[in-house]
Design a binder for this molecule. Sequence first.
Ligand code: FAD
Length: 747
Amino acid sequence: MIASPFTDQGLLRDGHLEIRLHGRGGQGGVTCAKILAALFARTGHSVQAFGDYAGERSGAPVRAYMRASDTEVDNRNKIYTPDHLLVLDPTLLGDDIVGGLKTGGTLLINTPDAPEQVALRFPGYRVATVDATAIARRHGIGSRSVVIVNTTLAGAFARAVDLPLDALAATYDSLGLRSNLPAAKEAWTAVRMAEPLAGDVARAGAVAGPPSVIALTDHTVGAPTGLKTGSWRTQAPKYAEHLAPCNAWCPAGNDVVGFVQALAQKGEAAAAAILDATTPLAGVCGRVCPAPCMDGCNRREYDGAVHIRGLERWIADHRPKLTAVPAPAANPKHVAVVGGGPAGLAAAHTLAKLGHKATLFDAETAPGGVLRTGIPGYRLPRDVLDREVEAILGLGVELKANTALSKKDLEELPQRFDGVVLATGLQRLTGLEVPGANLPGIEQGIAFLKRVNSGEPAKLTGHVVVLGGGNTAMDCARSALRAGASRVTVAYRRAREDMPAIAEEVHEAEDEGIVFAFWQAPVGFSGTGRVQGITLAKVEAGPPDESGRRRPVVTSQHELLACDAVLLALGQGRDLSLLPEGWSLETGRISCNGAALPIFAAGDVATGDGTVTHAIGDGRRAAQRLLNALGEAVTIFERPDRSAAVPVTDIRLDHFTRSEPAAPILESATTRAHHSGEVSRGLASLSEAHRCMSCGHCTQCDTCLVYCPEGIIRRKDGSYAVDYSFCKGCGICVSECPRKAMEMSAQ
Ligand code: FAD
């Protein structure tokens, strides 16, 4: 910090500081007082800022006041004997302007004159000058005719009272004034002060005379008035959380705004603790989630959604290891979870965290489901998955891998366990019934991916055609390239915008050289002993189907495409043939001949939603529903109503400086397509968390406190308290709140 020559007796005299500002209507004097209040609030002081109202017509002299204290400010009088004076307009510089200014107080004037020159008129005071008008004009603040000097002069004042520049920068950031910061910084450097003239200090005596304006009342500084104006109020402000769109849009039920703000304010451990309450797979979702939260982000319309997925990955990759094992529940249940994909893992995690015993059965050698057998390592490295699976098992979950349960096994489970969560995913693959579909060289994409992911031989050569437009198709195409194909074409029967695949996957595939053929449907395969060609029919857009997408209408226009292999990625369905005789699955619960069993289904087998985040939310919900059915009082997570989320129109965007969203660092397309290492290295830093506007959630930015014209909002116990005995219910605090974390309500 630069040492200031201006303060030789500390920032606040006896723990209090009072400032009066003189300006003209339109120069921003009242706002200047509020900026100073915000600056002092940031350094931990209790503050007040207010103006003289009713005389604020343009050009008329206006006074504003700022009070800061080490203790709670409860004095609501005007300021009559300020410690410092700021003069925004040199034409107001009458001799009586210093009326009441304490001896030795600072008189900061916006003027091009040297301080020594002005000091001759005001002996006994520390006179500082800065040409704030010239600086503000140079920085284009205000118009040519009316230059607004408040933010510039506040910079000079910060220097005069030895407040650090970074506190100034943070204040301007939080008030949405970052663009004015360069001018404030220039003033911070340019302000000059005359030394008090020897002898003159003594001559000036103690406090200078009273202001020449006769006060309407004879208030004296110190005692608050007895006039409690709170009874004028017809409605009152209150602090209230509102649903953030990111939270409303997250199918896993993550407290997105919570973890992003925790990351920004407190770091990875605090953010991870919030994530742990709802998901065991932050590292997975931080890589492969389609991130509906980012679709909902209010910043999307402004300058680009906060890269929430990247931040989730950052937390997972930088968090401390989980060690705590939950205490057993008062009445522990033993639950069988069938299927170790994200739904089953989330169900087991939920049960274990609540102190119940979960035994996880999976047909594969290790749990993970599609995360292990389908999604390739270049998108989701196995050590990330293993780390998160290990943490779930570390909570006391018992694993029975290599255990494919049969119909009979399933039937016996209710006798062996208190309840069951069935999370077997989508096991039925969609084939093609066209001539030549059985030719060697045509393979289900899921089978190919499973071979690739388990390290079995999966070499491909020549031209590979992938049929489909979802994530499986993208993974097949990109894995085919890595498996040796010299050329890969993805044929899809609809348009690019209809593809269910995550948009980034499509871009990355394209960058790697994969070719897309839209509006093409396979109608036959040809070849001798092995597939050598595929016949694609041109497809036309028909009327919209139930999904809203245009229905594909296959035409008789055909084209033969030579190829060496074909991978089918045409979708998967649930396979309920595993259910024993008489069992049925409805709204996520299994019944036997109409009688409800303690068995809940979760994930793709229950909903077919088809994303990891949906599977996680659904796994949690199934575990909670099961516990409730078993007599445990557990709150069931229900997806929030998106329409209840804070809309962007309720956000004071002017408080947020526009900034480009951060993007993950990707390895170059030319090199990454030749190996199976992770394509994305994630975000370079956590700075993206600071772009979060915290919609509906208070960040303690002090805007309410600073803008309250009554000065009756103060910090209390990590939040704010309003002194309702003086609150007139004007609602300024609520309308100034940048993020809709307050509301007016009937008293
Ligand atoms: P699954 O992940 O399918 O897990 C089911 C588990 O049940 C498996 O482990 C299986 O072995 C086990 N099982 C089945 N039957 C039995 C039995 N009888 N006995 C014991 N165990 C059994 N979603 C995204 O959000 N982002 C993506 O990038 C993405 N990419 C994908 C890529 C591919 C190739 C595929 C196929 C899907 C992708 N998805 C993606 C979708 C996502 O993976 C699924 O929606 C999600 O995995 C469903 O989770 P689940 O737990 O319901 O089922």
